[in-house]
Unconditional design. Structure first.
Lengths: 111, 141
C-alpha cells in the first residue's frame, strides 16, 4: 500500500492507497503508531483510495484508536467505500470510529 | 456448474496467488464486485488462519481450494491436512459492543467469514479438514 501524508494545521491526514491487510498493515503501523507516540492528537485517515481491508487492518485501527484515547486524541475516517463500511458494521467498528463522507467534513470536525 | 481448483502451499504469499486466480475466474463469469470482495476477504482470513495456526511442524503442506459456481450460488471448499479446526465451534466475539477501552484487539477474522458467507459446513475426514462455504448470489430481477 501507499500512504500519502498531509498536514492541515495541527491535523495529520493520511491518505491510504491500495490494500490494508496482513501484508501491508505493518507499513501503516510504522507511520501511525509513532505519530501517536509523538503526541499527535488529531488524525484523519482518508479511505477514498482504500480498496480492501481485512481483520489485520481492523486490528491496527483499533490499536491506534486505543492509543489515541489514552492521549485524549481523536481519529476520524473519511470517504469510506460501501463494501468497507459493511466490514466495519459487521465488526462493531462503526460506533467506535467517527466516519464522515468527505475529508473536508473530517477536518471541520477536528477544528 | 463451473469450477476452479487451486493448490497452494502453506505460506502467506500464496494468498495473493489464489486471490488473483479467483478474480480472473470471477470476472470471466461476471460475478459482481461485491461478491468478489467478500470472497477475497474470506480467502484471506481462512488461509491466514490455516497457515498461521493449522500446522505444528515445519513441513510443507498443500492446501486445496475449490470454487464451484452455479446459477444462484458459489461454493468454496478448503481442504487441508492440518490440526482439526471447526470454525463453527469458534464462539463469536462477545465484545462487539464494547467501548474502545474495553475491546480486546483481534479475533475478527473467522467472525467476518461467518457473517459474509451464508452456509458453513465442516467435516473431518481421514485427518483432513474439509470446510465448505456457500454464498448465495442475488438473482437478477
Amino acid at each position: 500500500m501507499e500512504i500519502k501524508q498531509d498536514k492541515h494545521g495541527d491535523v495529520a491526514v493520511l491518505n491510504l492507497i491500495g490494500r490494508l491487510d496482513a501484508n501491508t498493515s505493518g507499513e501503516l503501523e510504522s507511520v501511525l503508531i509513532p505519530m501517536i507516540g509523538e503526541g499527535k492528537k488529531k488524525i484523519v485517515l482518508d479511505f477514498s483510495a482504500l480498496e480492501y481491508i481485512s481483520s489485520a487492518g481492523l486490528r491496527l485501527l483499533l490499536l491506534a484508536a486505543k492509543k489515541l484515547r489514552n492521549n485524549k486524541g481523536n481519529i476520524i475516517l473519511c470517504s469510506m467505500k460501501d463494501f468497507i463500511k459493511k466490514i466495519f458494521e459487521i465488526s462493531g467498528f462503526t460506533p467506535i470510529f467517527k466516519i464522515v463522507d468527505t475529508k473536508e467534513a473530517a477536518l471541520k470536525e477536528l477544528e | 456448474m463451473k469450477s476452479l481448483i487451486v493448490h497452494i502451499n502453506n505460506s502467506l504469499p500464496e494468498i495473493a496467488r489464489v486471490t488473483k486466480k479467483f478474480e480472473i475466474f470471477a470476472e470471466d463469469n461476471s460475478l459482481s464486485r461485491r461478491i468478489i470482495y467478500d470472497i477475497s476477504l474470506c480467502l484471506d482470513e481462512l488461509i491466514t488462519n490455516i497457515v498461521s495456526y493449522g500446522f505444528d511442524d515445519d513441513a510443507e503442506h498443500i492446501i486445496e481450494i475449490q470454487f464451484h459456481l452455479k446459477e444462484n450460488e458459489i461454493k468454496l471448499v478448503f481442504i487441508d491436512d492440518g490440526i482439526e479446526f471447526d470454525p463453527e465451534q469458534k464462539e463469536d466475539p462477545f465484545y462487539l459492543k464494547h467501548s474502545v477501552e474495553e475491546r480486546p484487539i483481534g479475533g475478527l477474522g473467522i467472525y467476518l467469514v461467518k457473517k459474509l458467507m451464508d452456509i458453513i459446513e465442516y467435516q473431518r475426514v481421514e485427518d483432513k479438514n474439509i470446510l465448505t462455504l456457500t454464498k448465495f448470489l442475488k438473482k437478477p430481477n
